[in-house]
Design a protein around this ligand. Structure first.
Ligand code: APR
Ligand code: PHB
Length: 399
């Protein structure tokens, strides 16, 4: 079996890349170890930047998102019982974010790609990428029946997340990885019930961070800062609601709506960036190359912007015969990745209570929040990062 680009992983990065390549007339095959049903049911974040919204619409996978997603023109920072609204649209010349769950993005990407004749192979195993330093890399794997198969490709795109096989291959030639593990984690819950707020609330409570997000009119997503070693068994429903009430306390006449909790998970928080997103003919994109802490919800958006840059580079290679954009891919993508890492780290540090942090840190967080409240420019910096920094070229001129 031959293709132009073998894509490892059917997460947001791999699926969006296969769409973009199709638009450019470049053939690809996507290999995925999990089943379609599991891929489509994995709960992750749900805030899409303006650029991601535009790209999903542009590749033909944005119709349901436009219909069912909820556009948010602002977001709220809560501290000391007071709310500071960040007017995203007003501060960015009309840009907004879309709250639309990642698993719905995946459903839409899979359905739209299959409808355009895409080749996505679920439930494969034993995926191995070989000969990345040659002009003819190969990917071997077993199909769901256990039969061994091989794909001969011009290039391999490693979109297989942080636990995949592609990152270690790149690290063999470029071993440097930048990593910071935060001394706290998030306990995420899903509950039945109506939203408590029209906009997301990021709260710095006295005992830690809390986030009020949403999934739909009937299902709410909320998070509490917890210890990285915490287990969900330590968190009874009563303890969860009592912490939410304490951390979200406000003087502004708002009440938290409780609901029946049907999912609890503990999510660790890390910042990770590999020094190179390429080795030979293997290109990394998305979580395979970097992880951001979840504050600000940049993970999915970065995966989409990586593959946008990569698809454009493949398009240039196949259409004009020039490898210049492929050669620049790692540096171009990493510049954007570091900007998003900086923002995610800043927002995380602003709103969490680090264990053992002294009064100095607390005063600095106060000062930063106070500055945001007083300065439109400071809020504009937050807003332009939250809705997503622009790609270096417009979406409609990209592909
Ligand atoms: N072979 C094939 N597929 C693999 C392999 C492998 N060896 N290892 C992992 N995969 C698959 C996973 O099952 C997963 O479906 O690769 C996919 C990677 O998807 P994600 O982890 O979602 O990564 P990415 O597409 O980069 O998207 C990043 O999605 O997962 C969230 O929080 C993350 O928001 C971030 C964004
Ligand atoms: C979510 O809804 O899961 C979510 C929202 C905002 C964030 C992170 C996660 O910053």
């Amino acid at each position: 079996m031959r293709t132009q680009v073998a894509i490892i992983g059917a997460g947001p990065a791999g699926l969006a890349l296969s769409h973009m390549l199709h638009r450019l007339g470049v053939a690809s095959i996507v290999l995925e170890t999990r089943s379609r049903a599991v891929v489509e049911a994995t709960i992750r974040a749900g805030v899409l930047e303006q650029g991601t919204i535009d790209i999903l619409a542009d590749i033909g996978a944005g119709e349901r998102m436009q219909r069912e997603g909820s556009r948010h023109e602002g977001t709220i920072l809560r501290h000391d019982g007071r709310d500071l609204r960040i007017d995203l649209a007003g501060l960015t010349g009309g840009k907004t974010v879309m709250v639309y769950p990642q698993h719905d993005v995946l459903k839409d990407l899979v359905a739209a790609r299959l409808a355009t004749g895409g080749d996505i192979r679920f439930e494969v195993s034993d995926v191995r990428v070989r000969d990345i330093d040659s002009d003819a890399p190969r990917v071997s794997y077993r199909d769901p029946d256990g039969q061994p198969r091989t794909i001969q490709a011009d290039f391999v795109a490693g979109c297989d997340g942080s636990q995949g096989v592609c990152r270690p291959l790149v690290l063999e030639s470029h071993p440097k990885v930048h990593e910071h593990i935060y001394p706290y984690a998030w306990l995420g819950i899903l509950c039945h019930g109506p939203p408590s707020s029209r906009e997301l609330i990021y709260a710095r409570g006295a005992t830690g961070f809390a986030l009020v997000s949403t999934r739909s009119a009937q299902v709410q997503r909320m998070y509490l800062q917890c210890d990285p070693l915490d287990k969900t068994e330590h968190w009874s429903d009563d303890r969860i609601w009592s912490e939410f009430h304490a951390r979200l306390r406000t003087h502004e006449g708002w009440t938290l709506r409780e609901g029946e909790i049907f999912s609890k998970t503990v999510v660790g928080m890390r910042s990770v960036v590999v020094e190179s997103m390429r080795s030979g003919r293997l290109f990394l994109a998305g979580d395979a190359a970097h992880i951001v802490p979840p504050t600000g919800a940049k993970g999915l958006n970065l995966a989409i912007s990586d593959v946008f840059i990569l698809a454009r580079a493949f398009g240039r290679f196949y259409n004009d015969g020039s490898a210049d954009q492929l050669d620049a891919y790692s540096a171009t993508a990493l510049a954007r990745v570091w900007r998003a890492q900086r923002f995610s780290w800043w927002m995380t540090s602003l709103l969490h209570v680090a264990p053992g942090a002294g009064e100095l840190q607390q005063k600095l967080q106060h000062a930063e929040l106070d500055y945001l409240a007083r300065s439109r420019s400071a809020r504009a910096v937050l807003a332009e990062n939250y809705v997503g920094l622009p790609l270096d070229f417009p979406v409609d001129q990209g592909l």
